[in-house]
Ligand binder design. Structure first.
Ligand code: G3I
Length: 375
C-alpha cells in the first residue's frame, strides 16, 4: 500500500508538517514520496498497535460491512477490535419494551470473530437514541426498566465482550445545569443510576472491562476543564464506592483550527485517572476540520499534527490499552452529516478517505503506534 496517489507533499513540506518525532520514522517511497516505514513494509494499524501491547480498532455498521466488500476487507485487515456504531443502542436493540433485536449485533460479533477481532459493546445507558416507548417510563418502574435492559444485553453477549460502555455522556456542560447532565435517567432514578448500571452489568458478566465513556474533555479551554474536573470527582466517587468500573473511555472527537491543546495538562489529567487504578480507552477518535486549510496535503497535515500531538501525549500513559477510531474510512462517517466542511469538500477525519485511500490520520496513527512505549 502506498500513499502516492492521494497524498503527495514534498519532502520538505512533509518533514515540516509532521510532529518532529514522527518524521524520524519516515522513509522515502519508490516514487520518491515519503512513506512511513511500517506502511511501506505493509504493516497494518492492528499489527503496529499489537506490537506495543495495544488494541486498535474501529466502530462501524453492519450495513457498511455487509454491502461493501472492499471496505469489509479493509476493516478485517486493519482492525483488531470492532465496535457496533449504532446496533446495540437502546432504540435499535430494544425497539419495543421487553423485545430485543440482537440480529445486527450478532452479525457484527460474527464478523469480529471470523477476523480474530475483539468485540466492544456500545452502549448500555445513554440519553440519546432511546426508543419512543421510553417516554412512558415512570419513576416507579425506571430502575427495573434500566436493569432489565442491561441484564438482557450483557447476558446475551456474556463471555464475548472485551469491554462495555456502561454509561455514556452523563456529565453536564459548564453554564448549563450541574455537574451531571439533566437526562431522563437522572430525572427518573437520580444520580445513583450510574452506580446501579455498573453493578447490574457486572452481575450479568464479570469478564468485560466496564467503561464510563465521555466526550468533550480534550482541550485546554474552560468548558473542557470544567468537565475534566467533574469527571475526576465522579470517577473518584465510583472507585471509592467500590463500583465495578474498569476503565474510562475518552471519545476524542478532535478538531483542527485554533483550539488549544495542552500536552502537560492532558497528561496530568490522564495520570490522575490511571492513579485511581483505571485503564483508559481512546474510544471514538476522529477529527473535524475547522481550520483554514483547503488543499488535501495541507488538510492532511493539519489532521496529522492534531492526531499526532494527541496520541503522542496519550500513549505515553501505559494505562491506555486501546485506540478506537469512530469509523475507518470517510466513506462511512457521522462527520459527513454532523460536521461537514463549510466548502463542501469531502471530509477526511479517519485513516482512510471516501475512496478508501490513506489519509494524514493513518500516518499519524501508524507513527504514534511505532513510537509508543510497550505495554
Ligand atoms: O435508523 C435510521 C434509519 O432507519 C434511516 O433510514 C436512516 C436515514 O438517515 O437514519 C437512521 O438513523 C440514523 C442512525 O445514526 C443510524 O444510522 C440517525 O439518523 C443518525 O442520527 C444516527 O447517528 C448516529 C449518532 O451517534 C446518533 O446520536 C451516528 O451514526 C453515530 O456515529 C453517533 O455515534 C455517537 C456515539 O454513539 C456516542 N458518542 C458520539 C458519537 C458521534 O455522535
Amino acid at each position: 500500500m502506498t500513499n502516492e496517489k492521494r497524498f503527495t507533499p514534498s519532502r520538505r513540506q512533509f518533514l515540516q508538517g509532521v510532529a518532529g518525532a514522527a518524521a524520524a520514522t519516515v522513509v522515502i517511497g519508490r516514487a520518491g514520496f515519503p512513506e512511513f516505514s511500517a506502511q511501506a513494509a505493509g504493516e497494518t494499524l492492528r499489527a503496529l498497535a499489537a506490537d506495543k501491547g495495544l488494541l486498535y480498532g474501529c466502530a462501524t455498521s453492519k450495513q457498511a460491512l455487509s454491502t461493501d466488500q472492499a471496505y469489509a476487507n479493509l476493516v478485517g485487515q486493519q482492525c483488531g477490535l470492532l465496535v457496533p456504531e449504532n446496533e446495540l443502542k437502546w432504540k435499535y436493540v430494544e425497539p419495543q419494551q421487553g423485545q430485543f433485536n440482537f440480529e445486527p449485533g450478532d452479525w457484527l460479533l460474527n464478523f469480529a470473530q471470523s477476523h480474530q477481532m475483539a468485540f466492544r459493546g456500545h452502549v448500555l445507558v445513554w440519553s440519546e437514541q432511546l426508543p419512543a416507548w421510553f417516554s412512558s417510563v415512570t419513576q416507579q418502574n425506571a430502575k427495573d426498566v434500566m436493569t432489565n435492559h442491561i441484564t438482557k444485553i450483557v447476558s446475551h453477549y456474556r463471555g464475548k465482550m472485551q469491554s462495555w460502555d456502561v454509561v455514556n455522556e452523563a456529565l453536564g456542560y459548564r453554564g448549563n445545569g450541574g455537574p451531571l447532565k439533566d437526562n431522563p435517567f437522572l430525572k427518573l432514578i437520580g444520580p445513583d443510576y450510574i452506580e446501579l448500571a455498573f453493578h447490574t452489568a457486572a452481575a450479568a458478566d464479570p469478564k468485560p472491562l466496564l467503561v464510563y465513556n465521555e466526550t468533550h474533555l480534550e482541550y485546554d479551554i474552560p468548558d473542557d476543564q470544567y468537565r475534566r474536573d467533574n469527571l475526576l470527582k465522579l470517577l473518584k466517587q465510583l472507585v471509592g464506592n467500590k463500583v465495578p468500573i474498569g476503565a474510562l473511555g475518552i471519545q476524542s472527537h478532535l478538531r483542527t483550527g485554533n483550539v488549544p491543546f495542552s500536552q502537560q495538562k492532558y497528561s496530568d489529567f490522564l495520570n490522575r485517572v490511571s492513579d485511581m487504578g483505571l485503564k483508559i480507552i481512546i474510544s471514538e477518535l476522529d477529527v473535524s476540520e475547522k481550520g483554514p486549510e483547503s488543499s488535501i496535503p495541507d488538510r492532511d497535515n493539519a489532521v496529522k499534527n492534531m492526531v499526532g500531538s494527541y496520541l503522542d501525549t496519550v500513549l505515553k500513559n501505559k494505562s491506555v490499552i486501546a485506540v478506537v477510531t469512530w469509523g475507518l474510512a470517510a466513506k462511512y462517517t457521522w462527520i459527513s452529516s454532523y460536521a461537514p466542511r463549510a466548502d463542501g469538500q469531502a471530509v477526511r477525519p479517519l485513516p482512510y478517505d471516501k475512496d478508501l485511500q490513506p489519509t494524514g490520520a493513518l500516518q499519524a496513527l501508524a507513527a504514534a503506534f511505532q513510537q509508543a512505549p510497550s505495554r
